[in-house]
Write a protein that binds this ligand. Structure first.
Ligand SMILES: Cc1cc2nc3c(=O)[nH]c(=O)nc-3n(C[C@H](O)[C@H](O)[C@H](O)COP(=O)(O)OP(=O)(O)OC[C@H]3O[C@@H](n4cnc5c(N)ncnc54)[C@H](O)[C@@H]3O)c2cc1C
Length: 412
């Protein structure tokens, strides 16, 4: 089928970004090979959004830039040339029905991430992309102006190559940093790689609260001079060694492993100290002879009663009428300010996203082509870009992948 007029394109990595590059670079004049080391496409998509895949967000596209943490200017061309609406149209056209949930997060109607992969696979097949699985690309060599892929078989020379090898988190999905290594050898700069959207460990022992989820709390980060660094309201999860959950993941960028900081959880953020004190007084008045810890469970969930008593060093076994005013104040203070000492971020392997990657200074934001090597394109999480949770990271992958795909065939 291949004549000499064909442009031969290799896309390395069949994740969200690479799949889009492959689909949009395939025309009747191109032959596209999509390589992945895995036995199937979209392994990270499969585990994304807790198996439901938060594909994109329904916000206006200009609002996406408030959610991007690194190098947002670099993403203007890609996000505006292939918006969240384009992404949704693409998926709907390929048989995926979607729904919008809280915060504008878009999911498949079926709640199954695998249906996202099925839609992508359908598009790849209908375009006629060659999907080459179980094939790890070990290296890419420049041969004149063409590219040779070093892997388990000889695929000949390629006119264009798209790097879509992802970041370095959740390595079992295939993103282990091989793309970074190859591009570094080819002269690209890789900025420091750090864990993004990740849980934290604290110095205190919290194991016995592991699994406890708190829905409407304030999570505050202070430096050692007690200056407030960041505050986030929402859902938090106790882990074996610290905290995770949406507000912790979102706040993780404000921690630095080399710096001490203090985290404080306000269990009753909607009411001030005085109102909380009045609330406790009312409860205590109505239950004078009852055991303090039982009465507190009218105000707090069970596990938090234990933690608040432990932290405030107030004896929960006494009856309410034995409680001193000072101890009541201590309870109020502790409920409003449960303090822990930050120890470290969880490792990159557990992070939702990799912060850092190929320096965007070396990539043309209007095409995704390398500024150092002609006909080489770099997309997705492999780049030094990252965003908050809410469907923004997949949007970056889809949009940058699309832009590289169409750029590969521009003018052909
Ligand atoms: C647990 C979890 C949940 C997430 N949930 C969401 C969510 O709901 N919404 C959202 O927007 N974002 C989410 N993200 C982030 C999002 O999934 C990623 O940012 C996005 O998938 C990145 O796509 P990518 O194509 O750049 O890289 P990847 O999806 O990592 O794909 C890279 C591919 O390249 C392949 N590869 C790597 N090196 C080679 C090589 N040398 N040779 C051949 N193949 C290679 C890998 O096998 C892999 O398939 C989540 C991430 C995680 C870890």
């Amino acid at each position: 089928m291949q004549g000499s007029d064909f442009i031969k394109i290799a896309v390395i990595g069949a994740g969200a970004s690479g799949i889009m590059s492959a689909i949009f670079s395939k025309t009747e004049n191109t032959e596209v090979f999509l390589f992945d080391g895995n036995e199937k496409i979209g392994k990270k998509i499969y585990i994304s959004g807790k198996g439901r895949c938060n594909i994109t967000n329904s916000k206006e596209i200009y609002e996406f830039f408030d959610e991007i943490n690194s190098n947002k200017n670099f993403l203007y061309s890609s996000l505006y040339s292939y918006t969240n609406e384009d992404i949704l149209k693409f998926f709907n056209d390929n048989g995926l029905e979607t729904k919008v949930e809280r915060g504008g997060r878009v999911f498949p109607l079926s709640d199954k991430s695998n249906d996202v992969n099925k839609a992508l696979e359908k598009a790849l097949n209908s375009k006629g992309v060659n999907i080459i699985l179980n094939t790890e690309i070990e290296d890419v060599k420049l041969v004149g102006e063409k590219f040779k892929l070093v892997c388990n078989k000889d695929y000949g020379l390629f006119d264009k190559v798209v790097f879509a090898t992802g970041g370095k988190s959740y390595p079992f999905t295939g993103s282990r940093g091989k793309g970074h290594e190859i591009l570094k050898r080819l002269g690209h700069t890789i900025t420091d790689l750090k864990a993004g959207l990740v849980g934290i460990d604290v110095k205190e022992k919290v194991r016995k609260y592991s699994g406890v989820s708190l829905k409407f709390v304030d999570f505050k980060i202070y430096n050692t001079n007690h200056k407030l660094i960041h505050s986030e309201f929402g859902e938090l999860l106790f882990t074996h060694t610290g905290f995770s959950g949406p507000i912790v993941l979102k706040s993780s960028k404000y921690f630095d492993n080399s710096k001490d900081s203090i985290v404080s959880i306000d269990l009753k953020p909607k009411i001030n100290h005085h109102t909380l004190d009045q609330r406790l007084l009312r409860e205590f008045d109505q239950n004078k002879n009852k055991c303090l810890k039982n009465v507190l469970s009218n105000v707090l969930i069970g596990a938090m009663v234990e933690l608040v008593l432990e932290k405030s060093a107030v004896n929960g076994e006494i009856s309410v009428n034995q409680l001193s005013k000072d101890d009541r104040k201590k309870l109020v203070e502790t409920i409003k300010n449960l303090e822990f000492n930050f120890n470290s971020l969880r490792p990159l392997s557990e992070a939702i996203i990799t912060i850092g990657g190929v320096s965007v200074k070396e990539v043309n934001s209007s095409t995704m082509e390398s500024k150092l090597i002609k006909n080489l394109y770099i997309v997705g999480e492999l780049l030094d870009v990252d965003a908050n949770t809410g469907g923004y990271n997949l949007t970056i992958a889809f949009s940058t992948g699309h832009l590289a795909g169409v750029s590969c065939i521009e003018g052909e």
